[in-house]
Write a protein that binds this ligand. Sequence first.
Ligand code: GUN
Length: 277
Amino acid sequence: MNVINGKKIAQNLQASIKLKVDTLDRKPGLAVILVGDDDASEVYIRNKEDACKEVGFYLEIINRFDNISQEELLFEIERLNHDDKIDGILVQLPLPKHLDVNLVIETISPKKDVDGFHSENIGKLMQNKPFLHPCTPKGVMLMLESIEIDLVGKNCVVVGASNIVGRPMACELLNAKATVTICNSKTKNLSCKLIQADIVVVAVGIPKMIQSDWIKPGAIVIDVGINRLDNGCLVGDVDFESVRKVAGWIAPVPGGVGPMTIATLLKNTLTAYEARI
Ligand code: GUN
């Protein structure tokens, strides 16, 4: 079993972004909007802040109370759409329930949509003509690239069908000419699907759900889950200790996909910058 060190791959990617930024006249600019004071979101934003500092991006963090109106939030996004210092806009999810998340995402200019969630960017990904990719799935693709796996014709099973991870993940793998099965919480006989998979990507949010007897010996297992247990431990959706004995490659939690998501966000911001100049 080999561990895919997402932290290391992300550091290398960030170092190459920094080299590029050092040659630019203007710093690429990222705006992050946080509504309310969700603990997990605050941690994610702190990580993004550190990464932006490291590569030399201009960063604006916009913190709003959780009673902000839909109108005020859309107004803020429109302001950023027209702000020349800003190349990328990210609205941290989840949002409070009174806000329409789809309307918020669709209000972000597709040219500055560094999350890759706008329907225009998702449509381009579906057509295999991507511009800005959803960060986590693209981060997983970069991890697979780093271990030099030929994805053509490989059996891939994606567990989880969210708009943020599962669906775009399946699309990325399909674009790489893999054979893709998308499973969800209602899938019957999930273990029968998983045991045939050369590559498994799991994003369901259920701690240690994937056990070793569901995994084909030698398979590549990428765990996107981040679950905080009652004892404070951070674990993924894969039972790492048992699955590591069967898998050929495994991405751990923490230190796997998480840092890759942030590195891809920086890469998207640079791509958006380059498209604007
Ligand atoms: N919350 C959890 N993951 C994400 C993400 O990738 N983007 C945004 N905007 N919010 C998130």
